[in-house]
Design a protein around this ligand. Structure first.
Ligand SMILES: [Zn+2]
Length: 302
């Protein structure tokens, strides 16, 4: 196997380890310091969007900065649109990416969801080059099984290129971007603590929607979000707990009457009539209209 593929596979494997241990939103510092390949440090990002580490002749990753609505990054056909570097189609970086396209080499795509935080997607392939619009078209493929002999695996994947499958897989990135960005924004607004119980372990926290996101009004915005631990997210979603528009927590009556161990006592019953823990800045408070909408459903369920 040539060194180019070896490094790409090592990069995917390393990323998979990071994603498994800390989720798929990765800090930029980690990506800048990169991974060890046969005694050599290989970073995964640099200030420019199209990144080629020293050890390779061709780019290894493409990155978009955190700005603008996600729709801007997707074409009508749901594939990712990646802008050239500058306006010269033959700039070294654009030429490198074109070569990656010709050779069907897999890349990593990093999407900035907020400053210093990136959602990693890999492998992605360049499937189109549009010099008149100064863009490349990018498709996402399935994650590569780590232990499969990689060369045969790539050959198989590239041979199996199916537009429909790639369009579907690529469209899931948009959903992931929205979800991860929602989580980061809401957890940051609440300083990484549960708005009910103050638990401060980010790995145990979710961003809960006040109006569920399967409804048209259920926007993935900070005002429609609450930072909740896993237990309280589930309790809120199943109407065991409600929150009034004045930020007072209510526990369902039949729960209050139950007698059981300490989790029920402290984790649920103890919250009754306590005040929601709110974000520091007022403009990030949960929407009173959304809370009202949700609380009226809670009282109906009680
Ligand atoms: Zn909690």
């Amino acid at each position: 196997m040539d060194i180019d593929l070896q490094v790409r596979i090592a990069a995917f494997n390393w990323l998979s380890e990071q994603v498994n241990s800390q989720g798929d939103v990765l800090p930029r510092k980690l990506l800048e310091s990169g991974f060890d390949f046969q005694g050599q440090r290989i970073p995964l990002v640099a200030p420019q969007g199209i990144f080629k580490p020293q050890i390779l002749d061709l780019p290894l990753s493409i990155t978009t900065a955190p700005k603008g609505p996600y729709d801007d990054y997707f074409g009508k056909d749901n594939f990712l649109i990646y802008r050239y570097r500058g306006t010269d189609p033959n700039h070294r970086d654009n030429g490198g990416l074109r070569k990656v396209f010709e050779l069907k080499r897999p890349l990593v795509y990093f999407h900035g969801i907020e400053p210093g935080k990136y959602l990693a997607t890999y492998p992605v392939y360049i499937i189109g080059d549009d010099p008149s619009n100064l863009t490349f078209k990018v498709a996402v493929d399935d994650a590569i099984p780590v232990y499969e002999p990689a060369e045969t695996n790539f050959a198989r994947q590239v041979a199996e290129v199916s537009d429909a499958r790639h369009a579907y897989l690529t469209s899931t990135v948009k959903i992931r971007l929205r979800q991860r960005s929602f989580r980061e924004k809401v957890l940051d607004a609440y300083k990484s603590q549960c708005a009910f119980c103050r638990l401060k372990h980010r790995e145990l926290l979710d961003a809960a929607h006040i109006i569920p996101d399967n409804l048209p009004e259920g926007k993935s915005t900070i005002e429609n979000g609450l930072s909740l631990c896993k237990l309280h997210h589930a309790a809120y979603d199943s109407f065991l707990i409600g929150v009034t528009p004045d930020y007072i927590i209510h526990v369902r009556e039949d729960i209050l009457e139950e007698e059981d161990g300490p989790v029920l006592q402290h984790g649920l019953k103890g919250l009754h009539r306590t005040k929601l823990i709110l974000p520091v800045s007022k403009d990030k408070y949960p929407s009173k209209d959304a809370l009202d909408w949700r609380y009226s459903r809670f009282t109906k369920a009680s």
